[in-house]
Write a protein that binds this ligand. Sequence first.
Ligand code: AMP
Ligand code: ZN
Length: 113
Amino acid sequence: MSDCIFCKIIKGDIPSQKVYEDELVYAFRDIAPAAPVHVLIVPKEHLCCLNAAKPEHQALLGHILLTAQKLAEDLGVKDDGYRIINNCGENAGQTVFHLHFHLLAGDTFSRLV
Ligand code: AMP
Ligand code: ZN
């Protein structure tokens, strides 16, 4: 997706503060952090949102969650706790239409659910 900001970040065309990368995912610091630790975990494959995931993406989605757990450990927040958020679609407030998961930590968060 040539006009996708996260695809450009993954390619290195737009700078980012990379936290982790492997063959399937790229993780970087959110430019407008909502918590002391705010990392975005994105698949390298362009999917607009969770709605675009198909059964063939099952392993990728599992890999993203296990990557979140690993990054929480690497960033020193695993034991205190962290929150994973995916905003899917307009009503959820999604603003960048390349699937991503927010890893938030370093603070306590009010509960929505
Ligand atoms: P969402 O609102 O769930 O779609 O999340 C999109 C996130 O991307 C927001 O938290 C933005 O702050 C973040 N963001 C947008 N542009 C960049 C960028 N160039 N580098 C890092 N984070 C970004
Ligand atoms: Zn993209």
